[in-house]
Write a protein that binds this ligand. Structure first.
Ligand code: 5GP
Ligand code: ZN
Length: 111
């Protein structure tokens, strides 16, 4: 996926403000934050969206979700956070490389 912006970020070709990385997962701050804390967790290996996930993605999806509370806490979100996964054009997805938004620091809000 040579034209994918998040693949380029994962490859270090485009800079980002890194939150966390390991061999399989990367987390970095959103360039256009909607809250005091707003970062994304992505798999290094490209997958378009949650719509394209199957059993082979079970482990990576679990890893991404289980990282969320740990990284949120490390980023100062001591009393909770929101997770958002926009899926497909109808779901408002703009970057077609799977990502979980972690958002917080601006108080509770409706869905
Ligand atoms: P989506 O609407 O696909 O769920 O969210 C894509 C997110 O990626 C948006 O919140 C947007 O601000 C963020 N984004 C787009 N391009 C870049 C970039 O080059 N760097 C970073 N850090 N975030 C980006
Ligand atoms: Zn990609």
């Amino acid at each position: 996926m040579s034209d994918c912006i998040f693949c380029k970020i994962a490859a270090g070709e485009i800079p980002c403000r890194k939150v966390y990385e390991d061999d399989d997962v990367l987390a970095f701050h959103d360039i256009n934050p909607v809250a005091p804390v707003h970062f994304m967790i992505i798999p290094r290996r490209h997958v378009d969206s949650l719509q394209e996930c199957d059993d082979s993605h079970r482990d990576i999806l679990g890893r991404m979700l289980l990282l969320a509370p740990k990284l949120a806490r490390e980023q100062g979100l001591k009393d909770g956070f929101r997770t958002v996964i926009n899926t497909g054009r109808g779901g408002g997805q703009e970057v077609f490389h799977l990502h979980v938004h972690i958002i917080g620091g601006n108080g509770p809000r409706p869905l």
